[in-house]
Write a protein that binds this ligand. Structure first.
Ligand code: ATP
Ligand code: MG
Ligand code: FE
Length: 340
């Protein structure tokens, strides 16, 4: 089954073609980062307008790349939520119009299910069940995954997400938006000089809290007589150590609690090199396997939506297709059900 996937939940327009027999055939992405950078964050109205401009040209581009035409499509998947309402509406209305015109089935995909399943696009995909660490700009969750749509929430952040902490720390250090890659690059050149807390490291649950860490960075920054390059690198180093130590510790705890030996990491922070190194080391010692998406599929992309949509469309009973549409800007992942 050849499925077109469209992602437009935030500031990236991602389009991809996934074939359930042949795998990922093509993918294309337009990031709006440069457009929003001047404002220090995503401006929803600008985001929606840009998705309108990009979605169809990107669709043409992936079809051409895969040497396919619209008529070859057998299903369409789109991000239905969660995300920015206007941005979601663009992808959803384009996807449903295309599906109706082509008379093919369509499916609204949960953005986080997309992130969660993204490691399955790689070689040697993990088998169910596994523990998933989902660390993105808006979420920090540990989940037990027993199959598609079978998600049990084990732990969540009580305040900021890990990616959000990276972004806010970047702002405090004057590094611009989005901050994750910038903080991480400088951190890798830093050294241990400062001390930051490890919030909730030893809490009895699997929850996280990152907002206190950001406040601690603010205090540290304010206490510096001069915020020179060296100091920035060292603060970034310590910040990254704190976040990665907490994430690794809680992953191990979740694996122990569930008695599972497989870990899957996804979301933008999953691209962090230091996190990968620390997780791989800790996992190797304990006979645990860890799967990640390729770097470009850690952050938002169309491939993960095409894949999750294809898995669902493939497993769904053919029924009467409904081309009316609604979006779900707020949508809890645990509300999802296995396809039937
Ligand atoms: P959500 O998926 O929760 O709605 P989102 O789509 O904005 O949020 P993603 O696209 O998965 O999130 O990831 C973006 C986040 O990942 C940003 O907060 C960014 O700073 C962070 N990030 C990206 N690369 C890195 C990195 N190398 N190290 C740390 N953080 C990173
Ligand atoms: Mg983004
Ligand atoms: Fe995302």
């Amino acid at each position: 089954m050849l499925v077109l996937g469209i992602e437009s939940s935030c500031d990236e327009t991602g389009v991809a073609l996934y074939d359930t027999r042949r795998g990922l055939l093509a993918h294309a992405l337009h990031s709006q980062i440069d457009m929003h950078a001047a404002y220090g964050g995503v401006v929803p109205e600008l985001a929606s307008r840009d998705h309108i401009r990009r979605a169809l040209p990107l669709t043409q581009q992936v079809l051409a790349q895969a040497d396919k035409t619209l008529q070859d499509l057998e299903g369409i998947a789109y991000t239905q939520g969660p995300g920015l309402a206007g941005a979601l509406l663009v992808g959803t209305s384009i996807a449903q119009s295309l599906a109706m015109a082509l008379n093919v089935p369509s499916v609204g995909v949960h953005h986080l299910e997309g992130h969660l399943l993204a490691p399955m696009l790689e070689e040697n995909p993990p088998a169910f069940p596994f523990v998933a660490l989902l660390v993105s700009g808006g979420h920090s969750q540990l989940m037990r995954v027993d199959g598609i749509g079978q998600y049990e929430l084990l732990g969540d952040t009580l305040d900021d997400a890990a990616g959000e902490a990276f972004d806010k720390t970047a702002k405090l250090l004057g590094l611009g938006y989005p901050g994750g890659p910038a903080v991480s690059k400088l951190a890798d050149q830093g050294k241990p000089q400062f001390q930051l807390p490890r919030p909730m490291l030893n809490s009895p649950d699997l929850n996280f809290s990152f907002s206190g860490l950001k406040t601690a960075v603010l205090t540290l920054v304010n206490n510096q007589p001069e915020l020179n390059e060296e100091t920035i690198k060292d603060i970034a180093w310590e910040f990254q150590e704190s976040v990665t130590e907490i994430l690794v510790h809680k992953c191990l705890k979740a694996l122990k609690q569930t008695k599972l030996k497989r870990l899957v990491v996804s979301g933008g922070v999953g691209a962090n090199k230091r996190l990968r190194t620390r997780l791989n080391e800790a996992a190797a010692k304990r006979g645990i396997s860890v799967n990640y998406p390729r770097l470009e599929f850690c952050t938002d992309n169309g491939a993960m939506i095409a894949f999750a949509g294809a898995m669902r469309l493939h497993a769904m009973q053919p029924g009467k297709q409904d081309y009316s549409f609604s979006i779900r800007p707020r949508w809890d992942l645990t509300e999802l059900k296995a396809p039937q």
